[in-house]
Design a protein around this ligand. Structure first.
Ligand code: GRF
Length: 219
């Protein structure tokens, strides 16, 4: 049975390495999603050039050009809807989205966060993980809800914290995991292998031949 690919918009503010991982994964013919648009709120985001080099449509919606957060978000939402995107991936997008925006795309916005949520919500996660002396750190892909870094968890990956870790060395190992689980989580949602049930994400079809996965979920 042929599957249609789910159109996805990626929102960025910076270098866009997670965006690049999503673009790379979506080059596989059997990947169930397609990146149709990259939107940056910063005109100088490195991600824009990377996306354009892959032939992906880009848009700059500069938050500083709008008189209110609502007007900025309406412009972003309009661009996304005009692209036909059904899912939105936040990939280093440094604006907190309002409840109104989240409701407009309820259950269809994903975020990658550099910690094992619900630990270390917010910024400077690697510094804070080291300061707490945790032995295990990692990253989380979650569905975005109105509360920051609190929506239903789709996938996580963990790394050990080692004795000589600095925020930079830890960030680099976590980032490699981010690049692995973000494409896998998007694929699982796009093909229906992951879905929201009673406010939590249920992963189905793992080993079920009736509903084969089209993208492997890391264990
Ligand atoms: C990543 O660490 C991601 O987890 C966080 O912001 C960073 C973005 O990096 N939300 P990049 O732009 O994807 O390289």
């Amino acid at each position: 049975m042929s599957r249609t690919r789910t159109p996805v918009a990626v929102l960025v503010s910076g270098r866009g390495s997670n965006m690049a991982a999503l673009i790379e994964a979506a080059r596989a013919p059997d990947y169930p999603a397609e990146i149709v648009l990259v939107v940056s709120n910063r005109p100088d985001a490195g991600a824009l050039a990377t996306a354009a080099a892959h032939g992906i449509a880009t848009a700059v919606v500069d938050h500083k050009a709008f008189g209110s957060k609502a007007a900025f978000e309406a412009a972003v939402a309009d661009r996304i809807e005009a692209s036909g995107a059904e899912f939105i991936c936040l990939a280093g997008f440094m604006r907190v989205l309002s409840g109104g925006f989240v409701d407009r795309f309820a259950g269809r916005i994903l975020n990658i966060h550099p910690s094992l949520l619900p630990s270390f919500k917010g910024l400077d996660t690697h510094e804070r993980a080291l300061a707490e002396g945790v032995r295990i750190h990692g990253c989380t892909v979650h569905i975005v809800s109105a509360e920051l870094d609190a929506g239903p968890i789709v996938m996580q990956a963990a790394v050990s914290v080692v004795a000589d870790d600095t925020p930079d060395t830890l960030a680099a190992r976590v980032l490699a995991c981010e690049h692995r689980i973000y494409p896998a989580a998007l694929a699982a949602l796009a093909c229906g292998a992951a879905r929201l049930v009673d406010g939590k994400v249920r992963l189905t079809a793992d080993g079920d031949p009736a509903e084969p996965l089209v993208w492997p979920i890391p264990r």
